[in-house]
Design a protein around this ligand. Sequence first.
Ligand code: NAD
Ligand code: ZN
Length: 355
Amino acid sequence: MTSITTQDYTIHFNSNGYKALNQHLSDSNYSKVFILCDTNTNIDCVPFFLANIDTEIAYDILEIDPGEESKNLDICLGLWETLSEYGADRKSVIINIGGGVVTDLGGFVASTFKRGIDFINIPTSLLAMVDASIGGKTGIDLGTLKNQIGVINTPELIIVDTSFLETLPQLEMRSGLAEMLKHGLIYDEKYWNQLQDLSQSTIEDLDDLIYESIIIKKTIVEEDPTEQGLRKTLNYGHTLGHAIESYYMDNDNKERLLHGEAIAIGIILANHLSVKYCGFPEEKSNTIKSVIKAVYGNIDINEADYSPIIDLLKYDKKNEHGNINFVLLEAIGKPKTDCIVENEDILEAFKFYKS
Ligand code: NAD
Ligand code: ZN
């Protein structure tokens, strides 16, 4: 697969990536390399990575616990302190090897340590390959409120090596698929249609679909890096999706939801709102619900949950002047940003999800 060059960095694929990284390491004169991973990627991904890089530079491995709970300020503090103790200076580099938690957190830690050191993203989950590692958003959660603290800053380069997916659990694959479905819905109906039936897909097909998703994300981000307009469309399904994700994270009586699982529900809800607010065709909204429910099933949600979830919307980062701004769709591939919706219609959308 051909590398994808953005304004600030290049995304390399599979074995080409390691060649580019080796070249980058030899050109950059780094004082020290820090590899940030989580417990799972340290076992499943770091050894393969190390076997492919060729450098004399000393490296240290920084390992965090897996999962969203690690994307917080305490973990950042621990990492900044460790970097300091291990003698990291402004010519050090952090290589993030993991899912979106590692790339979001590692990007943020690097961007803030000594006012910013270089970082490199090696996404190992599907979600991080098609979304989290691309586009320069880095950050952490504030308690259970998603992505409240962060900066936009780009990596030096990205390697997307799809062979890492061999060890990724199936539920995590499904979580990543949600962002690919989002890319199809906001940008390209043909791509959405391709994703609807993956049962016959080969590994090569999956590689092509991943590549296409990265192109969609890169194209949107490049047109609007600071999220003045078009980039907001990448939040499709995320306004309610993030609120649901936070609510389930904070609620001991609920099963935990992966990011993509919450976003899949957010997409069904946003689609239903799109029918009323943007004239999105109702039968297509029904089809989208069926397609998504066939993959993700039904989550345990009932009327008592709706209001506390709606209350969490006030923390959404797209809010301006106290208004909650939704991204909705006029048609597949035709998003509309800054839509303000009534709470009673959100309640109605939850009922549609349940029906
Ligand atoms: P994650 O980083 O928690 O990874 C999911 C799980 O898979 C973890 O347990 C991890 O250890 C494991 N894993 C990862 N790669 C593996 C591999 N190759 N083999 C075996 N296990 C592996 O979660 P995620 O779904 O990758 O990312 C979700 C995060 O990404 C959320 O915090 C979300 O907010 C963020 N995100 C950020 C952006 C952005 O633009 N910055 C975009 C979308 C999502
Ligand atoms: Zn997302």
